[in-house]
Every structure is written in C-alpha cells, then in structure tokens.
Write a protein that binds this ligand. Structure first.
Ligand SMILES: Nc1ncnc2c1ncn2[C@@H]1O[C@H](COP(=O)(O)OP(=O)(O)OP(=O)(O)O)[C@@H](O)[C@H]1O
Ligand SMILES: [Mg+2]
Length: 285
C-alpha cells in the first residue's frame, strides 16, 4: 500500500498576470521515497513546490499532507513550515539576514528552541555544507554556489520531516554536488522524505525512486526511473534520455547485454560494474 505524505488533488493555479502554471494537476509524494520532479523550463516545477509548502494556494483543487487538507491559517502555516523545508531555486529569494550564521539560526530560533540546541544545529548544518569558515561573512558577499549552500544549511537546521529542493545542484561545484548527494542519502536513511526538481537526467536516473514529469502544468508521467525516463513522450518533452540508459541501449544493439536479471545499470559506477561482470575482466585504470 502506498503511503502518501503529500498530495495534489486536481490543482489549478494562475499567477496574478493570468499565466496558467498548473492545470488540473493530481499527484502524490510517497513517504521516505526519493522523488525527482522533471520538466522543461516553465513546466510548473517551482509553482508545484510553492504549493507543497503553502506559499501559493490553489485556485481550484487542494493540497493535502498526510491526507489532511493544508491549513492556510497563520498557525497552520507555521506548523507546516516546521515540517516541510523548501530550498528555493534562487538563493536571493531565501536569504535575508546579515550574516551566514544569523540566516541559518533564524528558522530554528523561530521554532522556539533553546539557545544551545540552535547553536548545535547551526554548527552541524554549517559543517555539512562546508561553510563553517564563512559563518560570520555577510550573506551578500557570498558567491552564488555559497549562497545555495547557506540556503540548504538553513533548511537542514530546521530538521524537517520533508525537504524540498528546487534545483539544488545548479551552481554547486562537483565536490559539493557529491557531498550534497551523500548528505541527502544520510537524511533519507534517517527517514526523511526528499523531493528534488532538476534538469539533470543522469542524476535523476541514478538517484530517484519515483519520477514525476510535468509538462505545461500537467502531470505527464509518474513512476520508477525506468518506467518514466525511457518513455517516448517523456524523451521528446525532456529532449534527452539519461546517458547511462542510452549507452546501455546502444551496447545491447551490438550484442553486449548489461542487464543483470532484468536490472539495468542506473549510474556510471553501476555501468562500470556491469561491464566488468559482462566481460569477466577487471578494467585497468
Ligand atoms: N510570479 C510569476 N508571475 C507570472 N508568471 C509566473 C510567475 N512565476 C512563474 N510564472 C510562470 O508560470 C509558469 C511555470 O513556471 P515555474 O517557475 O513553475 O516553472 P519551472 O518548471 O520551475 O521552470 P524552470 O525549469 O525554468 O525553473 C511559467 O510559464 C512561468 O513563466
Ligand atoms: Mg523552477
């Protein structure tokens, strides 16, 4: 049985200028499942996320958490935001305090936690995103990637039940991308539900357990990475397939079948292992 932690029921939303950004959109996010949301620019990913944490309210339809419609009152929103952390696509929409440390402290302090708990959470979050040395820097002097890290730290320090990240890898260097992936893995193992919007199909294919594809504010596809990302209409909408999936297909056409009991490699490292297993030879560096 699926355990929906968040659900959109028939949600439509138009921005004040009349742009219809979500159209009769119904979808569910399952508890403690790694979910990726994909779609071309303007497909509605950010608009969807702003609905999931109540910043935007549907014109029609409803959003539910644990099968209960969101409570848009002041107290309802306060409670919701302590359970659902959203890392904004644009860090300048999220950061507003003078220093890095102040910014990260803001959320946990608002939860009414004691000073020493807030301090510990902030230090841990700073360490996790590799920003401890910049803790006292003014936020406005940071680079774009550093600002993204501070935004992520701000949400981690809240220790929410659900973390929603809108294109978190964009602007991060490769080392930080790997570290963030490892952090997300730890959080997922600890029971957190993680939802990520991205344009990186290779990351989506390797990381996600559930993939949601939006097109013009509609749900186009939803399922496992293999079910969704190899579908023709999804390929056309996204303009590509994951590289590992494409290479696996091409190798199969020339008689090298990397499937292992039906399982297709989903990442570069899984593919290298499958090639070693197939050829029976260790690769030399
Ligand atoms: N504040 C706004 N006012 C008017 N229209 C908006 C506003 N924000 C977004 N839109 C429009 O709503 C639609 C969905 O935008 P949204 O930002 O949700 O897309 P997205 O999938 O997140 O795109 P991207 O991949 O570029 O981040 C687009 O047509 C966009 O132009
Ligand atoms: Mg967006």
């Amino acid at each position: 049985m699926t355990d929906n932690i968040l659900k959109l029921e028939n949600v439509s939303y138009s921005y004040p200028d009349g742009t219809l950004a979500l159209q009769s959109c119904s979808l569910a996010i399952q508890r403690n499942i790694r979910t990726v949301v994909l779609g071309a620019n303007g497909a509605g990913k950010t608009t969807l996320f702003l609905h999931l944490n109540g910043i935007l309210r549907p014109n029609t339809g409803r959003v539910c958490q644990n099968n209960i419609p969101l409570d848009y009152s002041r107290n309802g929103m306060r409670a919701l935001r302590s359970r659902i952390g959203l890392v904004f696509q644009n860090p300048d929409n999220q950061l507003f305090s003078a220093s890095v440390r102040e910014d990260i402290s803001f959320g946990p302090m608002n939860l009414g936690l004691g000073e020493s708990i807030v301090r510990d959470r902030v230090e841990n979050a700073l360490l996790t995103v590799g920003m401890i040395e910049s803790a006292d820097k003014p936020v406005h002097n940071l680079s774009y990637g550093q600002k993204k890290r501070v935004c992520i730290a701000g949400v981690l320090a809240m220790e929410p039940e659900i973390i929603i990240l809108d294109e978190p890898m964009a602007g991060l260097d490769s080392v930080m991308q790997e570290e963030l992936t490892a952090t997300l893995e730890k959080l997922h193992t600890a029971g957190m539900t993680i939802i990520i919007a991205t344009h990186d199909l290779d990351f989506a294919y390797g990381w996600a357990e559930d993939v949601i594809v939006l097109k013009n504010g509609h749900l186009l596809a939803n399922g496992t990475p293999d079910e969704v990302l190899l579908q023709n209409d999804v390929k056309v909408t996204l303009g590509a397939t994951p590289l590992v999936a494409e290479l696996t297909r091409q190798l199969c056409l020339i008689g090298i079948d990397l499937r292992d009991k039906g399982y297709l490699p989903r990442s570069k490292s899984e593919m290298l292992k499958a090639i070693t297993a197939h050829t029976g030879r260790e690769r030399t560096p």
